[in-house]
Design a protein around this ligand. Structure first.
Ligand code: HSE
Length: 316
């Protein structure tokens, strides 16, 4: 086998209170990626749908992780069962997750590339290795290695990154939840959305945030929907970033009044996500989101979906 096609899920990073440490994979939207094994140690990038993706692999979110993988394959520290002949990868990307949407577009490319390449190599790397490689894609995309999109994209489900250096990944068994996402058609670059954040935090805010993070994890693990709802509060990042997102406060308030457990900015925005216990509430929430953006006159796209439990999936 020298070719594989993978489906790479969109992700919601932060999950409101867990900036850079919590994330969740979604069943929609997703990218499709085809990776082919070639017999030269290089990476070739092909964009299939006209998105202006960088063709220089070192500048591409799928390419940079693969270059790291190749370096390890060709170095002294790579896995013992690595191929003995030169290998490289040709990657074709069909992007459905818009870059700058806050739905983990760069992570989907990075994670998809390394999972597909590993599959072609006979799964010689662990999932944790794959996260380590994929982080180089996030570095290219936003200037910072954050793992809260990549990890759920590779592992599926909800994940906690207790530490990034060294990597300490904790999968969290969340209950069934319905996720409604609205993507207003504006672009927020993660690097810009990080730039505007305050570098220092008041102790009282940190205490409230710690309570919420612990509450959210306990709520997920104990399947306690009310606790999940109460814990979906962010006193540090959201007050700053929500200013970049038209209609944010109205959407959040109206969706909660309609029965959503809670939600907030997806990753660095501008998408907004809401969690609900049942699909009919999730659909009601979708209509509210649509109504508010229609009234504001802002083009938007919505998804009503569930948590993706598998992460990047080999489909052919
Ligand atoms: N944790 C990152 C941020 C996610 O909020 O900047 C970016 O998708």
């Amino acid at each position: 086998m020298n070719k594989v096609t993978v489906q790479c899920p969109g992700t919601v990073a932060n999950l409101v209170c867990g900036f850079d440490i919590l994330g969740m994979a979604l069943n929609a939207p997703y990218d499709i990626m085809e990776v082919r094994l070639i017999d030269e140690p290089r990476v070739i990038i092909i964009s299939k749908d006209g998105f202006p993706l960088p063709s220089d692999p070192a500048q591409n979110t799928a390419g940079a992780p693969l270059l790291e993988m190749l370096e390890e394959l060709n170095g002294d520290t790579g896995p013992a069962n690595r191929p003995t002949h030169p290998v490289g990868f040709e990657v074709s990307i069909t992007k459905k997750i818009k870059p700058g949407s806050g739905l983990g577009s760069s992570a989907a490319s990075a994670a998809g590339a390394v999972v597909a390449a590993n599959h072609l190599l006979g799964n010689i790397f662990s999932k944790e290795d794959l996260v380590r490689f994929a982080l180089f894609g996030e570095k290219v995309a936003s200037g910072v290695k954050h793992a809260d999109n990549i990890t759920p994209c590779i592992y599926g489900g909800v994940t906690l990154i207790r530490s990034i250096f060294p990597l300490d990944i904790v999968p969290i068994a969340a209950p069934a939840l319905h996720v409604t996402v609205v993507h207003p058609q504006i672009e927020v670059r993660t690097s810009d959305a990080r730039q505007i954040l305050r570098k220092q935090v008041l102790l009282k805010d940190a205490i409230r945030q710690w309570g919420n993070i612990a509450g959210l994890v306990a709520g997920f693990m104990g399947h306690d929907y009310d606790l999940i709802g109460r814990s979906l509060e962010d006193v540090i990042i959201e007050p700053v970033r929500s200013m970049l997102i038209p209609g944010f406060d109205a959407i959040k308030q109206c969706c909660k009044e309609a029965g959503a457990l809670g939600g907030g900015i997806s990753g660095s925005g501008p998408s907004i996500f809401m969690l609900s216990r049942d699909e009919s509430t999730a659909r009601k929430v979708e209509n509210i989101m649509k109504d508010i953006y229609t009234r504001i006159g802002l083009d938007h796209h919505t998804y009503v979906t569930t948590i993706n439990q598998q992460g990047v999936k080999v489909v052919a």
